[in-house]
Design a binder for this molecule. Structure first.
Ligand code: ARG
Length: 603
């Protein structure tokens, strides 16, 4: 299970664990008036011990050198949650274990069934969060690796928004840099117009490769490319026009992919947006003594405040620590990726005053972000304390032999082609399974399942681990996969279709009766949807939600196998069980939607 930090914004009370938590905090305050109670949390636990647990009293006791069991006893004497739970147990070194009253559990589900909530509440203290994700580079195709930043970033923006946080998503497109010198030269000399119209990015890639090879072999070509770049930087009308066209053509292809993936951004300002400020950034860093000149370039060096091992401005070469500065100006006067990122933070802070900026970027850039965050803190110390900067890193995608995932010819896998293949493979599976459905319907199911499978397989592992790309695994109808979850959803929907056909439609206002152990287990798991969403939003880990949904589907299956729904013994049980089915379907649908995955009503 996950652990939430103390900084979690309070959510309006809708759920039993929140009621327990707030009363427990009040009781702690009565016993220890000066205690910081925001870390006194109540979380789901191993059902062996109860439904919820709090271990916070132990650390409070430790800090104050109190006997933890005694503190627990004193707090319990001030705590009345008898409406919500059974008798509270003090366990082990001072854990508090809570077991919900079945009546309260039923009431909570009834409120959800009537649409009062879906087991989560809006944050009472919404945070403003900028999410920087996807961020492909102009003139280069989006490749399989981009699914990671795009999918994780989108799941995070959806989770935060669902909980009522203010999210500003910004696609930091790579639309500036030295590559444009070569691209401009190529455009002017070897451009194939029809090819450009057919597949712009492929043509731009071709131009780049040709000129790049020429530049490697011939210094005169390199000079020519550089002079195109200088003209662009100086605002030459022709070069600026071509550059803008390259951006527009690339953006069109990016947008086609975002459209397929259902990913939306509030902004796509891009690196070039910050050009006007780069000179000032460097000048200011120099004036304040944060950056200095070295061999004609300007860089930020270690300030010696960290042990060498943790200092990103140092690198170990042959057993010796040597400087590895963050470069902000090249010796030719050009600016660096770092300079743009510094100007970007400054702009975002001034424009949106966020509580947090989240960068969903490959772990290979971890060093860059460490340098960036430390440099910013040195540059604008006061601002840096107001905004938390977080690098949400992720690992690589590997093939089944454990090598980086590539095409058979060794090229990077283009994202568009990968998504096509996902839909094609899903179509075969759907056609085998549901041959009776009309083709258009099978195509639509295949689209949902195929794209869902790719996204889900990417969100499921702990994001920092590398994972193995396996079509068979991600498209399997059994196991922790999108097809399995979408199928679980569609199966519940089929119960309702059958129930309608038997003209006994479902009444959301039915009383909930929880008797069978499987009913209780399912009901309790439904209640934890909100806690899971909060954990995703707090730790920026969508995999918590994947696992929650997988468990939900499993708990639903054992419920459905053991507790007849349409053939229940009496009308009240049947009505109650239909509500459980409906709530499960709604949580599955909302949960998948939060991961950016669509559902189908029938499969
Ligand atoms: N375009 C960059 C790349 O492809 C990623 C940008 C990430 N965002 C940022 N603010 N540095 O590597």
């Amino acid at each position: 299970m996950f652990h939430l930090g103390a900084s979690v914004a309070k959510i309006f009370l809708v759920l039993p664990h929140q009621q327990i938590e707030s009363k427990l905090q009040a009781a702690v305050r009565l016993v220890l008036p000066d205690a910081e109670v925001s870390a006194v949390l109540v979380r789901p636990c191993d059902p062996k011990f109860g439904d919820y647990q709090s271990n916070a009293l132990m650390s409070l006791a430790k800090m104050r050198k109190l006997n933890p069991r005694q503190l627990a006893t004193d707090v319990l004497a001030k705590l009345d949650v008898s409406e919500v739970c059974e008798k509270i147990e003090i366990a082990g070194a001072g854990f508090l274990n809570f077991r919900l009253k079945t009546a309260l559990l039923a009431q909570t589900l009834e409120a959800a069934a009537c649409g009062e909530h879906l087991f989560f509440g809006k944050a009472a203290q919404p945070r403003t969060v900028v999410i920087d994700f996807s961020s492909p580079n102009v003139a280069k195709p989006m490749h399989v690796g981009h699914i990671r930043s795009t999918g994780i970033g989108d799941a995070l923006q959806r989770s935060l928004r669902l909980l009522g946080h203010r999210v500003i998503s910004d696609n930091h497109i790579g639309d500036w840099g030295t590559q444009f010198g070569k691209l401009l030269l190529g455009w002017k000399q070897v451009l194939d117009r029809p090819a450009l119209e057919h597949d712009a990015i492929a043509e731009l890639e071709r131009l780049y490769k040709i000129i790049n090879a020429e530049c490697d072999a011939n210094p005169a070509r390199l000079e020519a490319a550089k002079s195109e770049l200088v003209k662009l930087q100086a605002g030459d009308a022709e070069n600026v026009g071509i550059w803008k066209e390259m951006i527009a053509l690339s953006q069109k292809q990016f947008d086609a992919i975002y459209g397929r993936l259902g990913v939306k951004f509030d902004f796509a300002l891009g690196e070039s947006f910050y050009n006007p400020w780069l000179g000032e950034v460097v000048a200011d860093l120099l004036t304040r003594g944060i950056a200095r000149e070295s061999e004609g370039a300007v860089g930020v060096f270690s300030d010696g405040s960290l042990p060498p091992k943790e200092d990103p401005f140092l690198v170990n070469r042959d057993g010796e620590w040597v400087a590895d500065p963050a470069l902000v100006r090249k010796s030719d006067g050009g600016f660096n990726y770092m300079t743009t990122d510094l100007a970007t933070i400054d702009y975002r802070l001034k424009t949106w005053a966020p509580d947090e900026i989240i960068y969903v970027v490959d772990d290979r850039q971890a060093g860059h972000f460490k340098k960036l965050f430390l440099t910013f803190a040195r540059w604008k110390a006061a601002d840096a304390t107001k905004t938390k900067l977080v690098h949400v890193g992720f690992g690589k995608i590997m093939d089944e032999d454990g090598k980086p995932f590539k095409t058979r010819s060794g090229d990077t896998v283009k994202l568009g082609e990968l998504l096509d293949e996902a839909e094609e493979r899903a179509y075969k599976i759907v056609s085998e399974k549901s041959a009776e459905l009309p083709e258009a319907e099978r195509k639509e199911i295949a689209r949902v399942i195929g794209l869902g499978a790719v996204k889900y397989a990417d969100l499921l592992p702990n994001r920092q681990s590398d994972y193995i790309f396996s079509w068979d695994k991600m498209l399997a109808l059994q196991g922790n996969t999108a097809p399995y979850l979408v199928y679980a959803y569609a199966r519940i929907k089929s119960i309702f279709r059958k129930s309608e056909a038997e003209s006994a439609s479902h009444n959301p206002q039915s009383a909930i009766v929880l008797v069978a152990p499987e009913e209780l287990t399912l009901a309790k798991h439904l209640l934890n949807f909100g806690i899971t969403l909060e954990a995703v939003a707090e730790e920026l880990r969508p995999n918590y939600l994947c696992n929650y949904l997988f468990e939900l589907a499993g708990k639903f299956t054992s419920f459905y196998e053991n507790c007849p729904v349409l053939k229940a013994d009496d009308a009240a049980t049947r009505a109650s069980r239909l509500v459980l089915c409906d709530l499960t379907a709604r949580v599955l649908k909302q949960g998948l939607a939060t991961l950016g995955i669509e559902t189908v009503e029938q499969m």
